[in-house]
Design a protein around this ligand. Structure first.
Ligand SMILES: [Zn+2]
Length: 166
């Protein structure tokens, strides 16, 4: 078992415009009890923003992690055994359609299409500019609480791999 060296540090009062700056430390990961994928920590307020009523009423305060595997029924879980299924999340449909950016409603298919017709730069620049000027809210709108910009990069790499394989 590798020792987790990046211990999560509490940063609850940070400015919203900092949320995509990439300057904050990496949160601790935990394996999903259902699918085993490595899951990142989420803030309690992210979870409360994401869980629908009335199920949100029954979620106890705990340290939660988000499972981003879309086929996995687990949404949030804690190491003490609390969990919230994906079907209780407001964004369950967005998760299923591989939404990249929850602030500006861009899904993976939209961005792949844009990459293929050379419109991806414009879309990414829009997101980056709005993010820099503080109009994004990834920490609440994204079920993972994470900034979406790394997902854009993953998809660019995926698209390149597909192109070079063909
Ligand atoms: Zn899972």
């Amino acid at each position: 078992m590798p020792v987790i060296r990046h211990l999560y540090t509490q940063q609850t009062n940070k400015n919203m415009s900092d949320c995509c700056s990439g300057s904050h430390s990496k949160p601790t990961k935990q394996p999903c009890p259902q699918c085993g994928s490595a899951c990142k920590h989420v803030e309690m307020r992210t979870l409360y923003h994401q869980v629908q009523f009335p199920e949100n009423q029954g979620v106890p305060l705990d340290t939660y992690y988000f499972c981003s595997t879309k086929e996995c029924p687990t949404g949030y879980f804690s190491i003490t055994g609390n969990s919230v299924p994906k079907q209780h999340l407001k964004m369950r449909q967005e998760i299923q359609k591989d939404t990249l950016c929850y602030c500006f409603d861009i899904d993976a298919a939209d961005y792949l299409t844009a990459l293929r017709i050379n419109n991806a730069e414009a879309i990414k620049n829009f997101v980056m500019q709005r993010t820099k000027s503080g109009q994004c809210a990834c920490e609440l709108r994204n079920p993972s609480g994470q900034c979406c910009l790394t997902k854009f990069k993953h998809l660019e790499r995926y698209n390149l791999n597909v192109l070079t394989e063909n």
